[in-house]
Unconditional design. Structure first.
Length: 179
């Protein structure tokens, strides 16, 4: 089962995604954040303290499908937080690539992730970026567009899609329901 949880900054999406894993036998948490400054290191520490100490944490900024593949057989739940930071890391690592090449690479990695998580439950967190202002820079607009496409690809592949607004999860897609 593949579940996508999207929402804006501070919407409660991570908290809700973590609640979906409550009671799961074994949870692997794949964190994509690169804590490169004090504020980000504080966020990481806060997130770690909020999670169950029994969960396995894998810090993987780029190879999210590989990380999921390594733990899919042993863990009943995989929680990946988040696609937005992962895409930012991918864009940074491949900054010389065109938007089309980045889109293809992102789609390929997402397809690998979805494929390997067929053996376990997977919850993926991402940011909704289409509801804000149009970014002022060309780079910002390319990233916003890439994130929108990645979110669409993930939502299409997902069994469940939730949009979290002000801490309230709204189911947008359910198994067996017309989408």
């Amino acid at each position: 089962m593949f579940t996508l949880v999207l929402g804006g900054a501070r919407s409660g999406k991570s908290r809700f995604a973590e609640s979906l894993c409550a009671g799961a036998h074994k949870v692997a948490y794949i964190a994509t954040l690169r804590p490169e400054d004090d504020e980000m290191r504080e966020r990481v520490a806060r997130h770690r303290s909020d999670r169950s100490s029994e969960w396995l944490t894998i810090e993987e900024p780029l190879d999210i499908a590989g990380a999921a593949e390594r733990c899919a057989a042993e863990y009943s739940f995989i929680l990946l937080d988040c696609l937005t930071l992962w895409l930012s890391n991918l864009c940074d690592a491949r900054r010389q690539d065109s938007a089309e090449t980045l889109r293809a690479a992102a789609a390929q990695e997402l397809a690998r992730l979805v494929n390997c998580t067929a053996r376990s439950q997977c919850v993926v967190v991402t940011n909704e970026v289409g509801c804000g202002v149009v970014p002022a820079s060309p780079l910002g607009r390319v990233f916003r567009d890439l994130q929108g496409w990645v979110n669409q690809d993930a939502a299409r592949a997902a069994d469940w899609v939730y949009h979290v607004v002000a801490g309230i999860p709204v189911a947008l897609k359910r198994p067996g329901a017309a989408s």
